[in-house]
Design a protein around this ligand. Sequence first.
Ligand SMILES: Nc1nc2c(ncn2[C@@H]2O[C@H](COP(=O)(O)OP(=O)(O)OP(=O)(O)O)[C@@H](O)[C@H]2O)c(=O)[nH]1
Length: 392
Amino acid sequence: MSLDVQTLLVSLMLCVFAVALALPAVVGWRSSAGARWIQASAVSQALGWLAFLAAPRLHDQFFSTLSMAFIGASFGAMWAAARAWLGPRPGGRWMAWALVLTPLGYGLGFDSYAWRVGWSNFGLALQMALVCLALAWPAAERMRPWRWLVFVALAALACVTVGRGVLGAFFTELYPYYRAPHPLNVAAALVNQICLVLSMLGFMVAWHEEADRALRRLADTDGLTGLLNRRAFTVRSEALLAQARRHADPGVFILLDIDHFKQVNDRHGHALGDEVLRTFAKVLKSSLRRGDLAVRWGGEEFGILLARAEVDAARRLDQRLRTAVKQAVRLPGGESLDYSAGIAGFREAATLDDLVRRADQALYRAKAAGRARSLEAAPFSPPTAEGRPSPA
Ligand SMILES: Nc1nc2c(ncn2[C@@H]2O[C@H](COP(=O)(O)OP(=O)(O)OP(=O)(O)O)[C@@H](O)[C@H]2O)c(=O)[nH]1
């Protein structure tokens, strides 16, 4: 079997075009910014190889330069996809320079074969290395498998590209022409094809992970406030309580209910009522430590589960929270907002049902006693042999 370079390049171009066409069908046009960058990368890569193949038949200098610009832009788009998925990445400035200078230097120095092959290959290899850097840095981040896949594929491609640059620039007689049946050209065409498909595949897995995360976030959070919903809270608090039982850690559950919230809706409208709930949740969340849980229990009722905390600490938190809520929520009539709460502490052997029941009873007493206060729940009483709690 002979591997003809021209055939391999046509196959590479078709393959990348197929990926470029398949991506929008699989991922959708209106998906995340990261997915859109990857689609742009695939299209740009395909156009680059199309221009490269068309160049000798049309206008070699113009189309070859255009090809460099498209292929370079494709790596720039990969870098942008990595930033969209992983947050701020290093090397953005270098990438911007490489995007401009690679095709510019190639086009201006087109008449010198050694220059243009050396320049373009080093420029493209630098861009691949910058995508690798964006995936692997900062080193403290855990590298997910898709990142490894793209990293290894692009690192391999960068090595072959540097090899071609060195041969073209410094050993020009050994490497006369890009389309010549030189073993390096055959290897480059094959590695290009495999690595590009693998990196696109890696990025598709990234998109899938992102979609999965977004779905889980949606399923776990309350749409209005962004706090945990009751289902997700139940799952996470069971884990927290199991841990507390294992280490005999204390903890506290607080059930809070905004006072006279119906009046807020009736006087100022439902939209303002929603805004008040959102602000209340924001204040609640910002008062908690890492590891504590906040839940929208339902309507204008919220819950917080404090890990490794005593009731005294919960009382202090409650006071701070009450002041913060009063400061954060100012209703149009000048009235401020307050809440009632039931505080249920636990040491061990607590179940969520028991905590909620005790906190709810204390909350009921707080409402009955005139609202705007937090009352402590009766201590936990273990069930008796008949299954009922023993008298306190
Ligand atoms: N704007 C808005 N209102 C809500 C939402 N969920 C529940 N409510 C309203 O919250 C109000 C709760 O009223 P009540 O249960 O009478 O409680 P309250 O007026 O706070 O009175 P107390 O709890 O006894 O102090 C109702 O008017 C509900 O319509 C929501 O998501 N958005």
